[in-house]
Design a protein. Structure first.
Length: 197
């Protein structure tokens, strides 16, 4: 990597990290170009050069953390010997991600991310194709083996992730009635009952 490329990477990282800090402390309303520039110490021109717009910066930030979350899920699934163990590992990995990366989890579960995901769902999914196909392949393998119910892939994904995302959102919203450790212990068996063959 050339020195110019390294500087560009450092500048991009500064902007992404600043955008996340601004979002966590000020919410969607506070996430403005000026706030990111002030927080990062990077020039306005650099933001536009690297990301094209605030929307591009937010998209890149969401993509970065979604890729990491999906990577954790794929790793959890691949390390499991059975479908049941894989479902349990994926649930635990998702909830551990939420606990360990609260700021990024807030962004990924925010109305802002929902709106962008709904508007550009196919584009987001295509950008994550490598991660998504690994999960899909794992599900297909265990459906073909008879361990998972013979349901369409989107339904399996929804049955597994739906409850986990709902618990994560509830916890991230500041409601103190959800213990993520307890959820990680209890949810896998309940979810398994809905997807096991």
């Amino acid at each position: 990597m050339s020195p110019k490329q390294r500087r560009g990477e450092v500048t991009s990282d500064l902007l992404l990290e600043a955008a996340l800090r601004v979002f966590v402390t000020s919410g969607e309303q506070g996430l403005t170009v000026n706030a990111v520039i002030q927080e990062s110490g990077v020039s306005l021109g650099s933001l536009y050069h690297h990301f094209g717009s605030l929307d591009g910066l937010i998209g890149a930030l969401s993509h970065r953390w979604l890729d990491r979350l999906l990577g954790e899920l794929a790793k959890a699934l691949q390390g499991a010997d059975t479908a049941r163990a894989g479902i349990a590992a994926a649930v635990r990995a998702y909830l551990a991600f939420v606990q360990e990366h609260r700021g990024p989890a807030l962004l990924l579960h925010s109305p802002l991310a929902d709106r962008k995901g709904m508007a550009r769902g196919r584009e987001v999914r295509d950008a994550q194709e490598a991660r998504v196909s690994g999960v899909a392949l794992w599900i297909q393998l265990h459906t073909d083996s008879g361990e998972l119910a013979a349901l369409p892939l989107p339904l399996i994904e929804s049955l597994v992730l739906g409850p986990v995302v709902a618990v994560a959102r509830r916890s991230l919203s500041g409601i103190d009635d959800v213990d993520l450790d307890e959820a990680a212990r209890l949810l896998p068996e309940r979810i398994w009952r809905s997807v096991g063959a």
